[in-house]
Ligand binder design. Structure first.
Ligand code: SF4
Length: 389
């Protein structure tokens, strides 16, 4: 197995978004946002289910009207994952979704108004609902744009400070902050600055990052750098693509930094004329087949002996191309030979067998520790045992 992350995370306080802890020593939560019409309850619930299936920790739903708030209430009942409502301008929507069981409100206090913020904060306090202050370079206040001439990290930080102050003035500290910009440099500077000033959790994102490929690259560049500096408690990869891809990319990013382990961590060579089997076809087919697995496992698929044995030995299961037969390693040791015709079937079989083994092992450990707890509870309640020398 590969090494744990050596990243030291910024110490943030922990908040709860529904049953998901964000900040502190909690795993970095991966989020996405629905892009259906919230009034279409069935379509939104269906999308939420697809996001839940790929492991979304938290899902945001836009709630642009009071009608949408009522629809949100039905959506909330149907979903198991914590839901964040995205609300702008109209505080009544925030109050309504708070009544209907929202797990977090994404608002900008500045565009709601001081008196109304009081009411929203009081509703959140009553119900233990956290708030996300969502600063966005594309929607800064007019006065900030006049002062700074154009969107900048300094303008974003000033906007964040104002919004934070409005919540702190109400004695409300149960919030997280995002500082999103479509410009990687601006976002990084804004996040770094605010990270030094507050201890609330930070929600990372590069907004309007682009399509599946360009947005993934841009998000990885910006978020990767911040995450390596220990900044970030929850992330969203914003893609003009199926939101399911946002979750997959989010986990892949965290996996690449060893910040979270979920499912198969696939190591594959790009292939070249030395390959002994079709690496690209094998990797694509294998990835598709093992998408449902959530147990962390390192799997290497390498086309030839140049890098094959080295990578295969480091993985839980590794395949190295060779002639006349390819060789599969299991936990660092050569295990069996495979012809190129049954590579994917054999790898999938071995992966699933290893996953089952790990599950059985962890069930055994859980049972053992429950037994130990029961035993020590019995011993401490036994007066003879307690009094004996
Ligand atoms: S491991 Fe072998 S097949 Fe893969 S890229 Fe390197 S030389 Fe080519």
């Amino acid at each position: 197995m590969r090494a744990e992350s050596t990243i030291t995370r910024r110490q943030s306080r922990q908040i709860m978004v529904g049953n998901v802890p964000v900040g502190g020593d909690a795993p970095i939560a991966v989020q996405s946002m629905t892009n259906t019409n919230t009034l279409d309850v069935d379509a939104t619930v269906e999308q939420i289910r697809r996001l839940e299936a790929v492991g979304a920790d938290i899902i945001r739903v836009s709630v642009p009207s009071i009608e949408a708030a009522e629809a949100f209430g039905q959506i909330r009942k149907a979903a198991s994952v914590p839901l964040v409502s995205d609300i702008h301008f109209d505080y009544r929507i925030a109050l309504r979704v708070a009544e209907l069981g929202v797990d977090c409100l994404r608002i900008n206090p500045g565009n709601i108004g001081k008196d109304r913020v009081k009411q929203v904060v009081s509703a959140c306090k009553d119900r233990g609902i956290p708030i996300r202050i969502g600063v966005n370079a594309g929607s800064l206040g007019k006065d900030l744009l006049r002062k700074y001439k154009e969107p900048s990290a300094a303008a974003m930080v000033e906007s964040a400070r104002r919004n934070i102050e409005m919540l702190l003035d109400e004695g409300f500290e149960n919030f997280k902050v995002s500082m999103k910009s479509s410009d990687v440099f601006m976002a990084i500077e804004a996040y770094r600055t605010i990270a030094r000033e507050i201890d609330q959790p930070l929600h990372l994102g590069i907004t309007e990052a682009g399509g599946l490929r360009s947005g993934t690259v841009k998000s990885a560049a910006g978020l990767g750098l911040l995450l390596m500096e220990g900044i970030g408690d929850t992330i969203r990869i914003s893609l003009a693509a199926d939101p399911v891809e946002e979750i997959k990319v989010g986990f892949d990013l965290l996996k690449s930094l060893h910040l979270r382990s979920k499912g198969i961590n696939l190591v594959a060579c790009p292939s070249c004329s030395r390959q002994n089997f079709d690496v690209i076809k094998t990797v694509n087919e294998l990835e598709r087949r093992v998408e449902d697995i959530t147990t962390p496992l390192d799997v290497a698929v390498i086309g030839c002996i140049v890098n094959g044995p080295g990578e295969a030995k480091e993985a839980d299961i590794g395949l190295t191309g060779a002639t006349p037969n390819n060789l599969i390693y299991r936990e660092g040791r050569p295990d069996r030979k495979v012809t190129k015709d049954n590579i994917v079937d054999e790898l999938e079989r071995m992966i699933r067998a290893r996953v089952a083994e790990k599950a059985a092992l962890s069930a055994k450990e859980t049972a053992l520790s429950a037994e130990e707890t029961a035993l020590s509870a019995n011993e401490s309640s036994d007066p003879v045992a307690e009094g004996s020398p």
